[in-house]
Write a protein that binds this ligand. Structure first.
Ligand code: NDP
Length: 450
């Protein structure tokens, strides 16, 4: 049976590669997740009988559409829109929208696949989905962003709904974009279904602490992981990549707990500030003024700016927290990080480490907090936003933050316990895959072959 299960898993991975050629990011996540599930499948033959793996890797549906829009000079542009509704075994599809020129079907499918397990780990009733566009928001005027969002929603609206599919933000999609998307949805549907999108402004159904949730959650998870190893965040030197939503609030919470963050980046370059990053200044430059991170070094004398962002991983730190994008840390960077004496890596962005980098960290005994558990605080708080919308009430910041913290501590416990139970020790990546998988697989068995 043991050999047989391994062969079955390998066959599913081969089939995914053959059926979805050139979707490298999707292959990467499928290979990483499925391989770690072998001991679970050996223990529960029903998962093989009911073809859970084959069903999981095939999205319920994949929607691709044209998004025409007109710029301020009157020129017409055509972008491609995506929504992949991956799995609804435990609840409505839920997952963000990414607007970035690198977006393609492979990126959306890798994010959607990861989202299935992440959402399951939160313990809340939400399925997995993801969407976005290859639209580049950089340098666009506010009105251009609005026109694009309206056009995007003019197609998307027919596929979503508070009990069907609930999108949110991701790279390039923040509160401003969610506002324009919601406005257009409301106009077309003549409905104030606030629960159709999350990450909304507080004036029309948004939740307090949603902006902070992913970053704060990253730190709550990392704190638990360190505690388990008899360590903490106090006085630790930290490097955080990115300077967007996740990165900013990760830095803020890490600093609150006594850590010193010395480097951050954007897609052009990174800054090193030996005095510790002034996160309010970063927020002002990136969130408010929407400028480049090099501005920081112009305004803060203790900081230096370096072109290119791979160099950020050469900065010596006790803990590194990638919070920008996928595959930021390859094997070469992983080797430098280990050489620098780093004790823990916490994945704030989705799939920030290549499979080779992950293997290397685990071999070298570096604690790895896996993305699908570590950054689940964002979607968990989105589910809390949906709950508040259904009840037509809003909780205080403290209430939401407390619920978020409880959820993150629970996710850590589930992850740790699953890793232990299935012989993975402190391999929390395998633990998160397994704990997320079992709930979804059991629901798929119970719901029959659909
Ligand atoms: P933002 O758009 O707010 O910020 C992204 C940041 O990463 C920016 O600083 C951006 O730089 C930088 N970045 C993007 N691409 C690259 C690249 N190729 N190289 C280096 N830097 C890059 O996105 P979020 O903070 O929302 O998302 C960051 C990550 O966290 C993503 O992987 C996302 O999927 C994940 N995530 C987000 C959640 C959320 O609630 N927002 C929830 C869970 C996961 P620049 O300004 O130059 O574009």
């Amino acid at each position: 049976m043991k050999q047989n299960v391994k062969q079955i898993v390998e066959q599913v991975i081969e089939d995914v590669k053959a059926k979805n050629p050139l979707q490298e990011e999707f292959h990467q996540t499928v290979e990483e997740v499925l391989t770690s599930l072998i001991p679970v499948l050996e223990k529960n033959p029903n998962y093989i009988k009911y073809k859970i793996l084959d069903r999981l890797v095939e999205p319920d549906r994949q929607i691709m559409f044209r998004v025409p829009w007109t710029d301020d000079k009157g020129e017409i542009h055509i972008n491609r829109g995506f929504r992949v509704q991956f799995n609804s075994a435990i609840g409505p599809y839920k997952g963000g929208l990414r607007f970035h020129p690198s977006v393609n079907l492979s990126i959306i499918k890798f994010l959607g696949f990861e989202q299935i397990f992440k959402n399951s780990l939160t313990g809340l009733p939400i399925g997995g989905g993801k969407g976005g566009s290859d639209f580049n928001p950089k340098g666009k005027s506010d009105i251009e962003i609005m026109r694009f969002c309206q056009s995007f929603m003019t197609e998307l609206y027919r596929h979503i709904g508070p009990d069907v599919d609930v999108p949110a933000g991701d790279i390039g999609v923040g509160g401003r974009e969610i506002g324009y998307l919601y406005g257009q949805y409301k106009k077309i549907r003549n409905s104030t279904d606030q629960g159709v999108l999350t990450g909304k402004d507080l004036t029309f159904g948004g939740s307090l602490a949603r902006i902070q949730a992913t970053g704060y959650g990253v730190i709550y998870f990392v704190e638990e992981m360190l505690k388990e190893a008899g360590k903490d965040l106090k006085d630790k030197t930290i490097v955080v990549s990115g300077s967007g939503n996740v990165a900013i609030y990760t830095v803020k919470k890490a600093q609150e707990l006594g850590a010193k963050v010395v480097a951050m980046c954007d897609s052009d370059g990174y800054i090193f500030d030996e005095e510790g990053i002034d996160v309010e200044l970063i927020r002002q430059i990136k969130e408010v003024e929407r400028k480049r991170i090099k501005e920081y070094a112009m305004r803060k004398p203790s900081a230096k700016y370096f072109e290119g962002n791979k160099g950020i991983w050469t900065v010596k730190a006790d803990i590194v927290l990638p919070c920008a994008t996928q595959n930021e840390i390859d094997l070469e960077s992983a080797k430098i990080i280990v050489e620098n004496g780093t004790i823990a890596v916490g994945e704030g962005s989705n799939m920030p480490c290549t499979n080779e980098a992950i293997k290397y960290f685990l071999e070298k005994g570096v604690l790895l907090a896996p993305a699908k558990a570590t950054n689940a605080g964002g979607v968990a708080t989105s589910a809390l936003e949906m709950a508040q919308n259904s009840m037509r009430l809003s909780w205080t910041f403290e209430e939401v933050d407390e619920k978020l913290k409880d959820i993150m501590i629970n996710i850590f416990k589930k992850t740790r316990d699953a890793a232990k139970e299935y012989g993975y020790g402190t391999n929390y990546l395998a633990g998160a895959n397994i704990a997320g998988f079992i709930k979804v697989a059991d629901a798929m068995v119970a719901e029959g072959i659909v």
